[in-house]
Design a protein around this ligand. Sequence first.
Ligand code: HEM
Length: 454
Amino acid sequence: MIRARTLIGAAGAAGAVAALAAPYWLPKRVVALRGAIFTLVNGEEGVPVLDRPGGTADFLRVYGDPAANGRSHGAGLSDLFWYWLAPGPEVHQEHLEPGPRYDEAARTTRSILASRTKAQWAELVTRCTSKVLTSSPLSPNDPVRLRDLMMPVWAEVYYELVFREPCPRLARDLIVANADDVVSALKCTRLRHMGRRNRLTRYLRRRIDAGEVPVELPASMTAAEQAWYLQGAFFNTAVVQMSEAMAHVLLAVAQHARVQDRLRREPDARYLDDVINEAMRVWPLFGIAHRITTADIDVVPPIAAGSVVLFDYPGFQRGSGLAGFDPGRWERGESAKTMNFIPFGVSANRACPARGVAPVGMRACAREVLERFTLSSSAAHTRSLANRGPVFLTPVGAPPPPVIRLALMRLGDRWADVWRSLVQLLFGTFMVWDARRLALCRTYFAEHPEHLPS
Ligand code: HEM
């Protein structure tokens, strides 16, 4: 009897310890379980290039091969990506198959992005950042989420780029609601909410129909497709990527006091570029990019046509063996080449069209934030940034938040992670299943064989 009580007591104590330690073990297990469920539903698919005998040496060779240019057709994964990027994933530049439609969309994006000089880009981003920072209700006592703070900035920037006029509040709210919905669904922290996305589509369509979009849009697309094209490239990808990238940079700065001090002393020096690059190296925005090969690729062993090849960014950039955030390494002789640094993809194969202008905007935005605020944070900094980057923003010169506030932020963030990972498991599983059921990509190509890769 006494033994049984002792055993029950020990089991209870072990259970209590496991529950109290949940923030340290549960989220990781749940992520692994989510991966396993995704594989189960989607099937094993894909050739991870880094796991092949050629490893990192073959990575750029395969990524840059002209045959690694298929984007959607032939990969089960595509149904899931199309689901996350809807509406209009069939004309989202990232998912268009090579051919005249892709060429036209890519040309249009390049020409819109090139419509401002670098000085004009810096001026536009500085002005929009300043507007958002001065109009947001920020309190030094309440942490803000960096991703949420940044989204209105980039909504304003990309609206003004496309419409060549200052962004009205209504349009900004529609763009932020759309971008936030896409990125939250992608991270499985929320289910997608098509109503929010469709409201932006209707707004864009109205402006197109009224002849109020001054930039040239892909002429071979219908008005509905043009609205989706704009929504996909500028009011989804551009806003999401810039907000995430800035959240990583600013969160890293918030957690490295010496880096922040130096940036404040030398805001115009090359050091800011090093900080931005180092943040993109340690926390690359892309986890895994995939391609579907449209011909055989001649490596050892060869990759057959029709394979889904996977390019693991964190793995490739980590392959340089340089762990941890240290912007100083860029001054000590390391370079993009020695560190396998490819934040915007490979230029030979559908690289990011914003690779020239994104760093200019990030520099201008970071300067504007650092000129006004001291940043501090004790939250976890992960690549997926599911916590949206909580930080305290203290006006420059004012006392920083007391240590107890930072300790509470840390505790709150770790426990929120437990709850969030369970939510992600549930929502992720549902969306993988729902995407398979809807089969957006498979159905589209079955009905439109004329848009298969040419
Ligand atoms: C710091 C910010 C950004 C980063 C790190 C980034 C990164 C990338 C990467 C790595 C790719 C290639 C993915 C692949 O190979 O599959 C890509 C593609 C793309 N990005 Fe960006 N991006 C950023 C901002 C932007 C912005 C501002 C736009 C605005 C239009 C944009 C539009 C696109 C498009 C349309 C593609 C697809 C290119 C194609 O397939 O032709 N990105 N981006």
